[in-house]
Design a protein around this ligand. Structure first.
Ligand code: SF4
Length: 75
């Protein structure tokens, strides 16, 4: 599945990193991002990463609870 974050809407509360630390982490700027070292970038799609379906449940949980409603998933 493909995952990306619209960071301009991220509140920086860190919930996604708590719920799914294998995929999300907080950056020095206080915003969430997808762990680039663990998930390959989707070619031609800025900020979009290919994430194993092993993490689908926790990613969808983070998406559902994201205060900024800024986590996007394409299954
Ligand atoms: S849950 Fe949403 S608003 Fe909160 S840190 Fe993650 S992306 Fe940002």
């Amino acid at each position: 599945m493909k995952v990306w974050i619209e960071q301009e809407y991220c509140t920086g509360d860190g919930l996604c990193a708590d719920l799914c630390p294998e995929v999300f982490e907080m950056d020095d700027d206080g915003l969430a991002h997808v762990r680039e070292e663990a998930h390959p970038a989707v070619e031609g799609e800025q900020g979009m990463f290919e994430v194993s379906s092993d993490f689908e449940s926790s990613v969808l949980d983070a998406q559902a609870q994201c205060a900024g409603e800024c986590i996007y998933v394409k299954l």
